[in-house]
Design a protein around this ligand. Sequence first.
Ligand code: F6P
Length: 354
Amino acid sequence: MRIGVLTGGGDCPGLNAAIRAIAHRAWMLGDEVHGFREGWAGLLGEGDSLPLTQDEIAGILHLGGTILGSSRTNPARSEAEMRQVEENLARRRIEGLVTIGGDDTLSVSAKLSARGFAVVGVPKTIDNDVPHTDYCIGFDTATDIVGEALDRLHTTAESHRRVMVVEVMGRDAGWLAVVGGVGGGADLIIIPEEPMSIERVVHHVQHRMETRQFSIVVVAEGARVEGIESQSSSAVDQFGHALLATRGIGTRIAEEIERRTGVEARVTVLGHVQRGGSPSMFDRVMATRMGVAAVDYLHEGRTGVMTASQGLEIVPVPFSDVTGRNRTVDRRFSRLVFEFNAAEEAESSQPHRH
Ligand code: F6P
């Protein structure tokens, strides 16, 4: 077969491990592999691609980012661009395409698949919010980065008896905030799924300062806190998403805590640090398993699907089950934060599934 591969949307650690696995599995089966540059942009106009050889693939397993480049290009906005995508695939005699991306990339993949082209998706996003897969490539590494930042912020917070507000990525789902925050010992975690009032935040901080004299508050960039206004940006990308980093939710929370409690508060916005650097062992292995499965699915004719991690298995899940929705945080994770709150305490003392 002649297989195409692209990486779309925001980058993350582990993309190169997936590209490498796709190439190696394809070569084992006697295939050729072509990489498209900068996501769907590489399939527009005349197209921008390169045949992948050992030279491109050697030594990339541990490298962050993507050797193919990425972009938030959305060809599904116009029929003319979808035709360009098909023409570029046909011109290069590509028979099957592997798309590595989050919800946006997978939604374009679903449309291309519905038009009759053989596509298999591989989920990646540090937000970890793609449905029907336990993990997306990049998430594990990003949680380690959040955890390490919290370890470091603990010592300075304790020395100065301050509140540290840490803003992490997470547009629609708080997986990174919750898993990074629980592992890093945050005492309050604010996520998009569970809006919180500023009164509750302040109440928590006051109680915490009485007992421990410092506080670590983690907030996902897409979270809402009733009682404070965060800035909204009018700039949107090709998929209609606003740039959340400019909302300044972490800064606003820190200002409000300081104003209402008199306790010094500082904000750290982790931003793209969470998407950079070398992938964890877990992400390398997950990317390798999904890359191999994607090529196998193309050979088996199981297309229009995404490689999903479910328990110990990698399984094909139809695009129609994953696009246009988010996997939100499971209460079994978010209840692991031992925040001070009488009503919550009563509720969490009830038996739970773990
Ligand atoms: O890929 C998703 C994400 O990590 C979001 O959490 C965040 O809002 C966005 O990327 C930032 O993207 P960009 O690199 O375009 O600023």
